[in-house]
Design a binder for this molecule. Sequence first.
Ligand code: TXA
Ligand code: MG
Length: 320
Amino acid sequence: ADQPQQTERLGADAPGLARAAELLRAGQLVALPTETVYGLGADARNGAAVAAIYAAKGRPRFNPLIVHLASSDAAEPYVEWTDTARDIARRFWPGPLTLVLPLSEGHGLSSLVTAGLPTVALRVPAHPTARALLAQAGIPVAAPSANPSGRISPTNADHVLAGLDGAIAAVLDDGPCSVGLESTILSLAGAPTLLRPGGLPAQEIEAALGQPLLRPETGGPITAPGQLTSHYAPGAPVRLNAGSARPGELFLGFGTCSGTGPDDLNLSPRGDLAEAAAHLFDHLHRLDRLGKPIAVAPVPATGLGLAINDRLTRAAAPRG
Ligand code: TXA
Ligand code: MG
């Protein structure tokens, strides 16, 4: 489906939600806020609409999409549920967790959503505007992060428009995302496996399951975008675990390890990992616009810091 050249910026009010739901049902692309990042949504049952997501993002076709639902009940028909999956969904949905489960018979989703896999990734977001839109549209909504493939994920509507203006029908603007990192992806299609660290710390899932999660070796077959070498990347080089900026570098600080330049930023001057996660992509977007190399302070690799370090490592990886 051809997308209009004029991207509508919709407010998160009744008329905006009604318009966004109408566009989604008509097979158009609508960027929507979630508590993690903004998603680029389309009707997950409509092959042409899903194909338009891949086209707008320039996304490799082997990389499958997450299907978003308004509630656990709405997620029920699409997959084969186990007791473990039900228990995890009950504990952590709505929220920043995506579950990969075997597709059910007669699921009705476009095979482009799953890239031909026998499993599908499902998420019930906690963001009230996302849930209202999903409920009003009444359809499963496939949504990757609303950024050109391989670039920094969007945590506000301006980020979305910077990458996709003119390529999508609308963005539903409800301000900045509170979590700021993509969802944690957990496969329960076999032994519980962490496919991507994210907004729900893996320890919380391990505590609920009473067992450690498997973690696929980096460099194995691609099962989640965290395993693509370069991802979430600014245009300029990124240097990690830096104590200070070298000449010509911008500095992205954390806690007391802070830069002194006028354009330098700090993820969380008080050293709070949740605050750092919420700021991560916005700060990378802002530094990226200045077009200079970026040096990043060390961030502790505990709790949400594991997902922050995962994203920073991708941002610093050699570009493909
Ligand atoms: O927070 C988020 O997860 C955001 C918001 C919009 O929900 N979405 C997001 O989507 O980050 P995306 O496409 O950037 O990352 C989802 C990843 C896919 O790239 C894919 O690797 C993995 O989820 N995935 C999807 N289906 C899968 C499946 N059946 N098996 C394994 N991994 C899957
Ligand atoms: Mg993404």
